[in-house]
Design a protein around this ligand. Structure first.
Ligand code: URA
Ligand code: SF4
Length: 190
């Protein structure tokens, strides 16, 4: 089977959808290839496009704070996005772009084999958990499917826009902490 590095090398050359035209870098994903917890965002923003890494801008800083709150850090998890190239003007990735790009994420998941998958925001939750996912009503709930445990919480960008959502997001992270303690074997919380 392909390694994550081999898959990454292939993905960095991808021109399978129109998003390749505007990108500076493909944002493949980052973190521990043996992670038991995988986070999935929507797509790269300007900072991510420039640096070639997921969640390195303002949203990423907030995500780091929330991870720290439950004793997690970026080195212990893996983070990827639904689409690997930046949509122009940070628009939502189109259905067709997601349809084409999702194969990379599926391949990443197959190699990493996380126990827990956390969707960040509505777009990821609708694509990964179910098409009619309602983030305001269903955030923090757990879905057990195909050997993975799935949950979704608000996208950090949504928390920056509307800080009133933060307490709910904190609760989701507390629930994640409990789930990690319950099912993970080598993820150490500090
Ligand atoms: N927002 C996302 O969904 N993904 C990133 O990598 C950065 C911001
Ligand atoms: Fe390929 Fe995905 Fe980039 Fe489209 S967004 S060019 S499918 S890597």
């Amino acid at each position: 089977m392909q390694t994550l590095d081999e898959l990454k090398r292939e993905c960095l050359d991808c021109t399978e959808c129109a998003l390749c035209e505007g990108r500076t870098n493909v944002v493949f994903g980052d973190g521990d290839p043996n992670a038991e917890v995988m986070f999935i965002g929507e797509g790269p923003g300007a900072d991510e496009d420039r640096q070639g890494k997921p969640f390195v801008g303002r949203s990423g800083m907030l995500l780091n704070d929330m991870l720290a709150m439950i004793g997690l850090s970026r080195e212990k998890i893996y983070i990827a996005n639904i689409v690997k190239c930046r949509p122009p003007n940070n628009r939502d990735p189109l259905g067709v772009e997601q349809d084409v790009c999702i194969k990379w994420l599926r391949a990443q998941t197959k190699i990493i084999k996380p126990k827990i998958i956390v969707c960040l925001g509505r777009i990821a939750a609708m694509r990964i958990i179910k098409p009619d996912f309602k983030i305001t009503q269903e955030h923090g709930q757990w879905f057990d499917r195909g050997g993975f445990l799935f949950t979704a919480t608000f996208h950090p960008a949504a928390l920056l826009r509307d800080p009133h959502k933060k307490p709910d997001a904190f609760e989701d992270f507390e629930s994640l902490r409990r789930k990690i303690e319950e099912v993970c074997e080598h993820t150490v919380l500090e």
